[in-house]
Design a protein around this ligand. Structure first.
Ligand code: UDP
Ligand code: MG
Length: 337
């Protein structure tokens, strides 16, 4: 593996999705710029406001006065973290892009370690959480079970405990930008694109303030979504069980036929009739349901709506556009019309 030459000065984009994070943005932004400066790294910070209902946006806008390399994008409503990340990747200019949460649960002090591994030549440097103490026992065991099931049924294995806190080389970012699917199971997407990856351990810390937007129910929905996006095994299971039930019904039919021919009808076969009708119709409905799940997703994708809509941009990106030397922002945020 070839290490990246120290000669070309890298430019690092730090992309942070924020949703109702008024309690942490005032601490987050100065900490990120302080870190870039201390490490002698040129870079920018991009905050994607995912339709916050609190003072997040106003506080961020106030920060642009002191931090000229801060770009702000406000989405027209809450699109969800995965789509906010997509918007951030669309606008990020860096040779390397760091993704992190806006609640300071991902300690920025790990970023230099990410950059060091990237300079060694790795394309993806992902953070692996050392502890899950922040999560309850329920969430922990659910997470573990999910990883096991997912990796058993999907061709795209995902790494347990690796999340969105990561650094990606430009070429990885370009690859992910090409993936415009609406249901965005990021762990699957990271793994699907491939590239040379390496892990860096970190400790998850308490939220700086506010509360998590991911309830148990929402996490369950995400897990289910992820499975459907990256596996067609449920369809195949449905087909195999269907084939098995049909074959069993045929064999039973043959058995009854021969028995009737040999010994005549003894008892009217209500029981077997009812049981098989119930089993078959129950299974047919189940199979229709599974197909419906995939069909619904196909419907969502073929509508081909924009992934997100932008309400407003502020900070560095706007100045770049005004200079018109970098007018790419309008192309990049192609959905901004
Ligand atoms: N987030 C977002 N949109 C959402 C929910 C969350 O942009 O709809 C952001 C949130 O502001 C934070 C990150 O995603 O920066 C992780 O969210 P959270 O801390 O709620 O999740 P947890 O750490 O509990 O997994
Ligand atoms: Mg968090």
């Amino acid at each position: 593996m070839q290490s990246r030459s120290a000669g070309d000065a890298p430019f690092i984009s730090i992309v942070v999705p924020v949703f109702n994070e008024q309690a942490s943005v005032d601490a987050l932004v100065p900490r990120l710029f302080g870190l870039l400066e201390r490490e002698g790294l040129a870079g920018e910070v991009i905050c994607i406001d995912d339709g916050s209902k609190d003072a997040t946006w106003d506080r961020l806008v106030a920060l642009t006065v002191n931090f000229p390399a801060l770009t702000l994008v406000s989405l027209s409503r809450n699109f969800g973290k995965e789509i906010a990340i997509a918007a951030g990747l669309d606008i990020a200019d860096g040779n390397a892009v760091v993704l992190m949460d806006g609640d300071l649960q991902h300690p920025p002090e790990v970023i230099p370690a990410f950059v060091a591994r990237w300079r060694e030549g790795y394309d993806i440097v992902y953070g692996v959480r050392k502890n899950r103490d922040q999560d309850g026992t329920m969430r922990r065991s659910f997470t573990r079970a999910f990883y096991r099931v997912f990796n058993a049924v999907s061709h795209t294995p995902i790494t347990p405990d690796a999340g969105d806190f990561r650094l990606m080389d430009r070429k990885v970012v370009e690859a992910i930008r090409k993936m415009r699917e609406r249901s965005r199971f990021m762990k699957g997407i990271y793994s699907w694109v491939g590239f040379k990856s390496v892990a860096v351990e970190f400790d998850v810390v308490e939220r700086a303030g506010g509360k998590s937007s991911f309830s148990a129910w929402r996490l369950f929905g995400l897990a289910f979504d992820g499975l459907l996006s990256f596996s067609t095994v449920p369809l195949r299971i449905a087909m195999f069980v269907g084939a098995f039930v049909a074959f069993a019904a045929l064999a039973l039919g043959g058995f009854y036929l021969i028995r009737t021919l040999l010994f005549g009808v003894d008892v009217p076969g209500y029981a077997s009739l009812i049981v098989s009708i119930l089993a078959l119709s129950g299974f047919t409905m189940l199979q229709l349901g599974v197909m419906g799940l995939y069909l619904g997703r196909i419907y969502d994708e073929v509508k081909a709506r924009p992934l997100y809509l932008v309400r407003e941009i502020a900070g560095k990106a706007v100045r770049d556009t005004e200079n018109s030397s970098v007018s790419r922002i309008k192309d990049r945020l192609s959905n901004l019309v």
